[in-house]
Design a protein around this ligand. Structure first.
Ligand SMILES: [Zn+2]
Length: 167
């Protein structure tokens, strides 16, 4: 069976960051303490951003897993939402002086940074070459297999410097 190569680290980071964001959104939504504090300071957008970004990142990990060729477009989308997550954490956390809110900001920033790393990794990842077996050069005299850039045949000692240039 032909196995597709994928940016595994990128997929894992997308999924981790996405689930982390969904988890944060859920926590902020169900914990009355957080909810009231967030609501009090008008931070409902934090819940929305976490749910939306989390959903997008989880979907992206799924898409890249099944369609590695779409990794770049997915990475760009992930980078956008992850940066929104970092920004919302930074702005929300820095703006408010309540320790609660600052903690929320720091966790949001952390989740966003995981996504940013995943996006950066997925953009830089290259499909490995499908050429796995290198055609080996052989000695023109005896046919022995030669190392790359060998100057003499290890079998018969024929000088190879003039007969061929091995690159
Ligand atoms: Zn030889």
């Amino acid at each position: 069976m032909y196995v597709k190569s994928r940016p595994k680290l990128g997929i894992v980071l997308f999924l981790s960051a996405g689930l982390f964001m969904l988890f944060l959104g859920f926590i902020f939504l169900v914990l009355p303490d957080y909810y009231s504090v967030l609501n009090e300071y008008g931070m409902m957008h934090s819940i929305i951003i976490n749910f939306v970004s989390g959903f997008i990142l989880v979907m992206s990990s799924y898409v890249v897993y099944h369609h590695p060729e779409k990794r770049r477009i997915c990475a760009v989308v992930v980078l956008g939402f992850s940066m929104a997550e970092v920004l919302s954490g930074a702005i929300g956390g820095a703006y408010h002086f309540t320790p609660y809110i600052r903690d929320v900001g720091v966790v949001n920033i952390f989740a966003g940074i995981i996504g940013v790393f995943g996006g950066a990794f997925s953009i830089m990842w290259k499909q490995p070459s499908t050429r796995t077996i290198k055609t080996q050069d052989r000695c023109p005299n005896c046919g022995a297999i030669l190392r790359e850039k060998a100057r003499f045949c290890p079998n018969c000692g024929t000088s190879l410097s003039e007969t061929a240039i091995y690159t």
